[in-house]
Design a protein. Sequence first.
Length: 252
Amino acid sequence: MLQKERLDLILSKLETEHSLSLKDIIQITGTSRDTARRDILKLTENNLVKRTYGGVSLPDRFNRLDNYLERAEDLITEKKQLAIAASKLITSDKMVYLDVSTTVSFIPQCIKSQDNNFFITNSLDIADQLLQHTDSKTRILGGNLDKEKRCVIGTKVLSELSNYNFDISFLSIAGIDADGIYYAYEEDIELKRMIKKQTGLLVLLVDETKINVSHNFKVFNMEDIDIIITNKILPVELSNLLDNHRVMIIYA
């Protein structure tokens, strides 16, 4: 079993058991005491667990995102508003990356122009929407399928991303506050930063539930972002901070 699989298994068990002993972790993962200790260290270093006497528990601030399909039913009107505003940034003859997200998944049906664009995504649902609503060339990245998130994941995705130079990329987030932009999962860190590296214009879609919210992993600073699209007036401190870093704010 890979370490990532073991860590996911430990975190999943913690959600129901609230705390685990070292012996519990050894039994759950079927590994040695030394391997279990290394897994605990990895989780602790990333602030995913806190050590207790003889084991671990979830820290108060740890959050896991709800199931992708469950989130798809939340704030539909607001997500469509964000997608409409985002679609207006897509002009002709552009290479566009659409990241897996229930919000970003509304963009294909909002695109008015049928100009010669090239869309790349890691999302099964977004690829399907692009095929239904546009005539543009569409490519889905290769990799392992994640059943829960309905997307492709793994090192192959990162390898393929390095071959592209996107004109514009659209991502959603888990949270934003004055300290930066956050995501929920450890694997998001390298993926999102690779997208940033390969794109000319990075656009974040931020619904009202993500504002002044921190999450498990800080991935971006303000200066990494080009445009934020949101449906709610941002707090003054956050708005001023974005202005200072020349981030364009679009209200949907």
